[in-house]
Write a protein that binds this ligand. Structure first.
Ligand code: SF4
Length: 445
């Protein structure tokens, strides 16, 4: 996942990056960082931890200037170490640059081997460092912009990139547009580019438009210039709607909450259940559950409470921590659910362990029946484009049928929303989206 932000032409650039990263913390909780450019020098502060834990007032005395970029990290490539926090900074033949990247490159290994053969030395395990090397070693080109274009034409996969130089900023989205990237105008001056538009609200920016798949925007001399550097072939990640993005964000031109609620409606149409109550798995199942309840006429109840002081379980790397966190995180409202037939709505099932624990917890609390309804198709394959889904072997739907999964999670019934149901919910063309972790049609490998 990860989030990226860039602010151009605002004297509080690094602080606006900080607030933007804070609003996009859900996209990565392992590390965060900000680079800013001031008097032709780039300064960077980054560390492990949450955004609010990393930056102090003193850091903003260092992070001066009216241009800054930032990143929150969720490790999908590289290690979970401070070295692999972003932005990635380098001094090279034309000066200084700093890069933030959301997405994964599918040819990172080949590029790294090639660069290493030619003598390049790497400091991190991140595929993002490849991009810096490709830019730095291209001494045939005299401008940074030409070098950036050459570099991104050599990489393949998912990249929403923001690059800061001493005097300019560049924002680029790969031709498939796997990850979102939006452009806004800040009311107090300047522009912002961010993974999600929820960042715009917080910093007082108005949404202008999404950066198009294949587009590069150059921020220079107070102006923005757009050019298409790739032939666009949109394959935007459908999981952004299902799980990742914040409901108050607009991604790929649509509000996430509205789409999720509509997915719940489609789920109710496709997979009705005779039940007393619709209960969401908080928080990611709430919008779909509201849609399901409205469509089915079955009352909506918050039958499960979430402790918000525990992070998202999906985001934690080890199984032990995940197990413990589920118990710490969710608890049933016994008086509400006792003796009731429940339709429980969740966004997805990954390994099945969380669903099993939820069903068991509800039954122990006295629920008469528990029918799981999932507002996405069965996840059967990993993601190679920047999302930390586990390996195929760990995905329960890759090795069990729906009936077998229902039995494993101890639910009275289980059903998933179809891909057609999602298409109806997003009211867009299927070919504009990536569904690879559901249907195995990987756009690039
Ligand atoms: S494989 Fe799945 S998670 Fe990855 S980009 Fe495609 S839809 Fe998104």
């Amino acid at each position: 996942m990860c989030s990226v932000v860039g602010v151009y032409g605002n004297e509080n650039a690094s602080k606006l990056c900080f607030y933007s990263l804070f609003s996009m913390q859900h996209r990565g909780q392992e590390a965060a960082g900000i680079s800013s450019s001031y008097e032709a020098k780039i300064k960077t502060v980054k560390n492990r931890g949450l955004v609010t834990q990393i930056f102090s007032e003193d850091d903003f005395k260092v992070l001066k200037g009216d241009m800054a970029i930032g990143h929150t990290r969720y490790s999908t490539a590289g290690d979970d170490s401070i070295l692999d926090a972003q932005p990635v900074f380098a001094r090279y033949g034309l000066g200084e640059i700093s890069i933030v990247h959301n997405g994964n490159l599918v040819n990172a290994k080949e590029i790294r081997e090639e660069l290493t053969k030619k003598g390049a030395i790497f400091q991190t395990n991140m595929d993002t460092e490849n991009i810096i090397h490709l830019i730095a070693k291209n001494y045939q080109k005299n401008t940074l912009k030409e070098r950036i274009i050459d570099a991104v034409k050599q990489i393949k996969g998912a990249f929403s990139l923001i690059i800061l130089s001493r005097h300019k900023m560049f924002a680029i989205r790969d031709p498939f547009g796997f990850r979102p990237l939006s452009l806004g105008k800040i009311k107090s001056g300047g522009y912002i580019v961010a993974s999600e538009t929820c960042a715009f609200e917080l910093v007082g920016a108005e949404f202008i438009r999404d950066i198009k798949p294949g587009e590069m925007i150059t921020f220079e001399d107070g102006e923005i210039k757009s050019e298409m550097i790739f032939e666009p072939a949109p394959k935007q990640c459908i999981f952004e709607y299902i799980y990742f993005a914040r409901p108050d964000s607009n991604v790929f031109g649509k509000n996430v909450y509205v789409v999720r609620k509509q997915m719940g409606r489609e789920l109710a149409k496709e997979l009705p259940v005779d039940a007393d109550m619709v209960v969401p798995v908080p928080d990611s199942g709430v919008a779909a559950a509201l849609g399901y309840a409205e469509e089915s006429g079955i009352p909506f109840e918050m039958g499960i409470m979430r402790n918000h002081y525990v992070g998202r379980t999906f985001i934690e790397p080890t199984q032990e921590v995940r197990d413990l966190k589920v118990k710490m995180k969710l608890s049933p409202i016994v008086d509400k659910i006792k003796g009731k037939r429940l339709v429980v709505i969740d966004d997805s099932i990954v390994r099945g362990t969380t669903s099993k624990r939820i069903v068991r917890m509800l039954k122990e609390a006295g629920a008469k029946e528990v029918h799981m309804r999932i507002a996405s198709p069965a996840t059967t394959g990993p993601c190679y484009y920047g999302v930390d889904t586990p390996t195929k072997e760990e995905l329960i739907a890759s090795k069990m049928s729906v009936e077998e999964i229902a039995k494993y999670i101890e639910a009275d019934s289980l059903a998933y929303l179809s891909i057609d149901g999602i298409i109806r919910a997003i009211k867009d063309k299927k070919e504009n989206y990536c569904f690879a972790c559901f249907d195995g049609n990987y756009p690039i490998l």
